[in-house]
Design a protein around this ligand. Structure first.
Ligand SMILES: Nc1ncnc2c1ncn2[C@@H]1O[C@H](COP(=O)(O)OP(=O)(O)O)[C@@H](O)[C@H]1O
Ligand SMILES: [Mg+2]
Length: 285
């Protein structure tokens, strides 16, 4: 009997105009697993994540969640389908006119039958979890970028979804807050058996939270292994990325390190995102 698969991605291809972004991605995620996806900026990590919840449709290939082909879902079905998910995408995803409290309460009001009192308790619990107790009445614009990111995270996990998708949940956060968010992700997968897919640039985070790490490069998953094994992989591209070295095969190939040439049109911007582990290391030295 094959092991149960929660998310099955098979030979996924996606281009925008003449630009090939995903060129045959194959990866599976099993229930309660935490998969981390790493890769340079602009390699298509966010595009891949958006296929999992049907925000983008494959040119060819398939994404199945619980055996259901996402690209085949109609409008009505997709709304139902998305209840399974909690997502924290890159910044800007909060409702600006709602308070922090209202932002976190929103999925609970929409997706659950919880009473007002239960919702109140759960919102407090989630805000405490990300150390934001007491900011419920503030508007997102009154918070720092790092705090907004934590609100987005609290909102994603509030309704205890089966699957969590995190797009760089800790980019721009200090190391302590990063460790805190990592702890929450770990706890969710251990305690609630939540399946999660997390994109990160932060190798420390990747090794901490991943049951498995996969590296996306030039449209394909070029390496995939549990953390300790991943660390020891021979592939020079993996080693360059892990160690954030300026010189190596990734630097010669671009586009992973090339200039940004186009913008994400789906509304989630990549602004403020570091250019990759390699580039970040360069900035430090
Ligand atoms: N909706 C879109 N329309 C056109 N190009 C897009 C769209 N979304 C992403 N891209 C392009 O696809 C490539 C991969 O983007 P993305 O997945 O955001 O990279 P990253 O790995 O940094 O998350 C980039 O070149 C980006 O500009
Ligand atoms: Mg991205």
């Amino acid at each position: 009997m094959p092991e149960a698969v929660k998310i099955h991605i098979h030979d996924l291809h996606k281009s925008f105009g003449s630009k090939v972004v995903l060129d045959g991605v194959n990866v599976d995620v099993v229930p309660a697993e935490s998969l981390v996806i790493i890769g340079g900026s602009g390699t298509g990590k966010s595009v891949l994540l958006k296929h999992i919840i049907g925000l983008l449709k494959p040119d060819s290939g398939t994404v199945e969640v619980d055996g259901q082909a996402v690209e085949k879902l109609g409008n009505r079905q997709i709304t139902e389908f998305r209840r399974k998910f909690g997502m924290a995408f890159q910044e800007g995803a909060l409702f600006d006119s709602m308070t922090v409290w209202q932002n976190v309460a929103f999925p609970l009001q929409r997706l659950t039958k919880m009473s007002r009192g239960e919702i109140g308790d759960r919102v407090e619990e989630c805000l405490t979890m990300v150390r934001l107790e007491g900011v419920g009445e503030k508007l997102p614009s009154q918070l720092s970028g790092g705090m907004r990111r934590r609100v987005g995270f609290a909102r994603a996990v509030a309704h205890q979804p089966e699957i969590l998708l995190f797009d760089e949940p800790t980019t721009g956060l200090d190391p302590i807050t990063t460790a805190l968010i990592d702890e929450v992700i770990l706890d969710l997968s251990d305690r609630l058996k939540t399946t999660s897919v997390t994109i990160t640039h932060d190798m420390e985070s990747a090794f901490r939270i991943g049951d498995r790490i996969a590296m996306l490069h030039q449209g394909k998953i070029i390496a995939e292994a549990p953390p300790e094994e991943f660390r020891r992989l021979d592939d020079p591209r993996v080693q360059q990325f892990i160690h954030g070295r300026a010189d190596g095969p990734l630097s010669e190939e671009t586009p992973a390190r090339g200039p940004r040439d186009s913008k994400d049109e789906t509304g989630s911007t990549n602004e403020g995102e570091p250019a990759g582990a390699g580039a970040r290391e360069l900035e430090r030295s």
